[in-house]
Design a protein around this ligand. Structure first.
Ligand SMILES: [Zn+2]
Length: 430
């Protein structure tokens, strides 16, 4: 059992105590939003609910869901529950699919965020002596700021480099003796690729030992690839602007994603009916922020598909465990009646020897139907070897083994697919 926790009392709390705390916090939250925010007041009144209606934790199921559409309707500050002058920091999502989601924070919210990120990074193994290269994009996006707050709370040194300028990332990483890297998993691989092109061995020529990755979905197979390439331990981070940013879960040394459920109450629902699902089933994650002030989210539908368990973890944490995200319901594709997630294709490709980490899934619309193909770069060496039809066949077989679906694979020359310094674009539509 791990002897090290950032906050033992909270992370190893007896389950009954946790449930009692969650219930108290939920009751307080419902009363708070009912009395401070018109939208929530109306939403609860329409459902014939009052703060007194919440007597047990199970009563949360009576509360209406909060959707992304609600957030857009009340853009930018319609859901704020505090006086505007209590807000000291604001973040927002990129808004690529519509109006951005705005995340306002009071002083207490900022403290909570730092605390949650410290908990997560400490669970990953980050300590005061570490030097964290923060290669998430700074700006409105929550990522970089969350990692900075958490790492500084632990007392680690933060290199505030931001994303991009990959050559400089490599110089700084060597000169400053970086021990931990925070960025998207795909960007970590791009940094490795550029380092290799400079004649460096990422696993040997750097002091890096820890990776804190998130903001895009990546498979377990991709994790193994990254760990091997860099010679590090790679940890997953999960969070949403709607909830707080990163810091919703803490991945322990056994690579279990413990939900920080004393502050973020998790539920799992059937995405088509909204019905509550039990532990072990797979469905859409729904989260309630139990303690946030400026913008509390009640039963926010994340569209992320996963499962939750209450299995006992060897690390000693009692906090419930969330599975890796299988995909977003928005990313789910139905091809010839088969449900396909990009992460499944990635997992299949990673089994093929001579594959690089760069691939794109091409969705082509023909009438009302979609067909799928994959473009993948073999490694430089494998490309030079030739016989690429063997490589393609092997990849097609691996995909068939997982999906029971024939998806044509095309090997394309190395360095053809545009590299990203943030979220990689894995699916393109033609
Ligand atoms: Zn654990």
């Amino acid at each position: 059992m791990s002897q090290e926790f950032w906050d033992r009392k909270a992370e190893a709390m007896p389950i009954d105590e946790l449930k009692l705390l969650q219930c108290k916090r939920l009751q307080k939250l419902v009363k708070y939003v009912y009395t401070t925010n018109q939208f929530y007041h109306k939403k609860l009144s329409n459902a014939k609910l009052k703060p007194e209606s919440i007597k047990t934790l199970k009563d949360i199921e009576k509360l209406p869901f909060l959707t992304k559409q609600d957030l857009r309707s009340y853009y930018p500050f319609g859901l704020v529950c505090t006086p505007m002058d209590s807000i000291i920091e604001v973040h927002a999502s990129s808004g690529t699919t519509g109006k951005p989601v705005v995340g306002p924070y009071t002083k207490n919210d900022v403290d909570l965020w730092g605390e949650m990120m410290a908990r997560s990074l400490y669970a990953n193994g980050l300590r005061k002596k570490d030097i964290l290269q923060n290669a998430y994009g700074y700006g409105l996006f929550t990522g970089a700021h969350g990692f900075e707050k958490g790492a500084q709370k632990i007392g680690a040194m933060v290199i505030t480099i931001g994303s991009g300028n990959t050559e400089r990332q490599i110089d700084i990483m060597r000169d400053f003796g970086t021990t931990a890297l925070a960025c998207t998993p795909s960007y970590s691989l791009h940094i490795a690729e550029v380092a290799e092109a400079k004649g460096l061995d990422p696993a040997k020529d750097f002091k890096l030992r820890l990776g804190a990755f998130g903001a895009e979905s990546w498979s377990e197979e991709m994790r193994k690839t990254i760990e091997k390439r860099w010679g590090i331990v790679a940890h997953e981070h999960y969070g949403l602007t709607e909830l707080i940013g990163p810091g919703v879960v803490s991945e322990c040394e056994y690579k279990k994603l413990h939900i920080n459920a004393d502050h973020f109450y998790p539920e799992l629902i059937d995405p088509s009916t909204g019905e509550t699902l039990g532990f072990g089933e797979e469905g859409e994650l729904v989260y309630t922020t139990l303690t946030k002030e400026a913008f509390p989210a009640i039963r926010f539908r994340t569209k992320d598909l996963a499962s939750i368990t209450d299995e006992v973890c060897d690390c000693g944490r009692t906090l419930p465990i969330q599975s890796r995200i299988k995909g977003r319901s928005d990313d789910m594709m139905k091809i010839k009646g088969v449900i396909v997630f990009p992460s499944q294709i990635e997992a299949a490709l990673m089994q093929v020897s001579g594959v690089s980490d760069n691939y794109q899934i091409v969705k082509t619309k023909q009438g009302d139907m979609y067909s799928l193909s994959v473009e993948v770069e073999p490694s430089e060496d494998r490309y030079k070897e030739g016989h690429l039809d063997d490589f393609e066949k092997k990849a097609e077989n691996e995909i068939y083994r997982i999906l029971n679906l024939h998806v044509p694979v095309h090997a394309i020359p190395p360095k053809t697919i545009p590299r990203s310094t943030g979220k990689a674009k894995r699916v393109i539509e033609k």
